[in-house]
Design a protein around this ligand. Structure first.
Ligand SMILES: C[S@@+](CC[C@H](N)C(=O)[O-])C[C@H]1O[C@@H](n2cnc3c(N)ncnc32)[C@H](O)[C@@H]1O
Length: 264
């Protein structure tokens, strides 16, 4: 299990992943599922989409941010990976989208965010990579308007506390991960930050595609590939880093939790 503190945000690894991230069917499918869930929750509350100001934390190549941008007033898309942000910008330019701003940062320093400026904050398939969760939650609290919504999509914590990340030791690649979240854990974590969990249900399933697993195995057989900056040019997924030779190849499907918290 890779639970040590990372030295960075896994930029080298995510830079390699960025190459194909936004085109991978599983990434597109998961983010469209997340979008559908957001539509249900937002429509249920009768919010006016065209008035919504959104922050996406860990936006990656911007699959969700660009979909949201077509529906809302504006989107701030943030990610510590410069390569992911570059991919987002490419796709944004192609689509002619003008209401997305980018921030090449992990959202942990609240001073860079305007207070009470966002109606929605969303973090999709990324919270399990965030080491400084307390800082992140303080930042979410800081920039959400009172009554604003915080959406989390992430691996549901399993009884044995495992997800496929646990097949690989990603610490050497600087990629932190946890084993996912459930309602009780999120409720406890979010409450001190004035974020009240009002919904937490299994939303959709994620199956890790063969190309992600193959890449993980390849990386592993090459030893410390990422530390030496290998670039394979295609198909990096979550499964990466150095394995310990146990339980490899669990492609799921893994349940993805949708949690919604209100800023009280
Ligand atoms: C698994 S990808 C998900 C990207 C995107 N949300 C999606 O679903 O396609 C995780 C992303 O989180 C970013 N990331 C890593 N550590 C982070 C942190 N501490 N805060 C915010 N984002 C982080 C990575 O750079 C990467 O783009």
């Amino acid at each position: 299990m890779a639970q040590e503190q990372p030295t960075n945000y896994g930029e080298q690894w995510f830079a390699e992943a960025a190459e194909r991230w936004g085109e991978m069917p599983v990434v597109i499918e998961c983010n469209l599922n997340a979008l559908k869930e957001m539509e249900t929750q937002i429509n249920k509350r009768g919010l006016d989409w065209k008035q919504l100001s959104v922050l996406e934390v860990g936006c990656g190549a911007g699959v969700l941010s660009l979909e949201l941008a077509a529906r809302v007033k504006d989107v701030l898309a943030a990610d510590p990976s410069a390569a992911m942000i570059a991919k987002l910008k490419e796709r944004q330019a192609k689509a002619g989208v003008t209401n997305v701003e980018t921030l090449n940062e992990a959202i942990e320093r609240t001073e860079q965010l305007e207070p009470a400026s966002r109606d929605i904050v969303v973090i999709s398939l990324t919270l399990h990579h965030v080491a400084k969760v307390e800082e992140l939650l303080a930042a979410v609290r800081h920039c959400l308007k009172p009554g604003g919504l915080f959406f989390i999509f992430d691996f549901e914590r399993m009884e044995d506390q495992s997800n496929f990340h646990d097949d690989f030791d990603t610490t050497a690649a600087g990629v932190h991960h946890t084993s996912g979240y459930d309602r009780a854990l999120l409720t406890e974590m979010l409450a001190p930050h004035d974020l009240k969990v009002v919904h937490a249900e299994k939303s959709f399933m994620m199956t890790i595609p063969k190309e992600m697993m193959d890449q993980a195995k390849k990386t592993e057989s090459e030893g410390h590939g990422h530390e030496h900056g290998h670039s394979h040019g295609h198909g990096h997924g979550h499964g990466h880093g150095h394995g310990h030779g146990h339980g490899h190849g669990n492609t799921g499907p893994f349940p993805i939790l949708c949690a919604v918290a209100e800023r009280v």
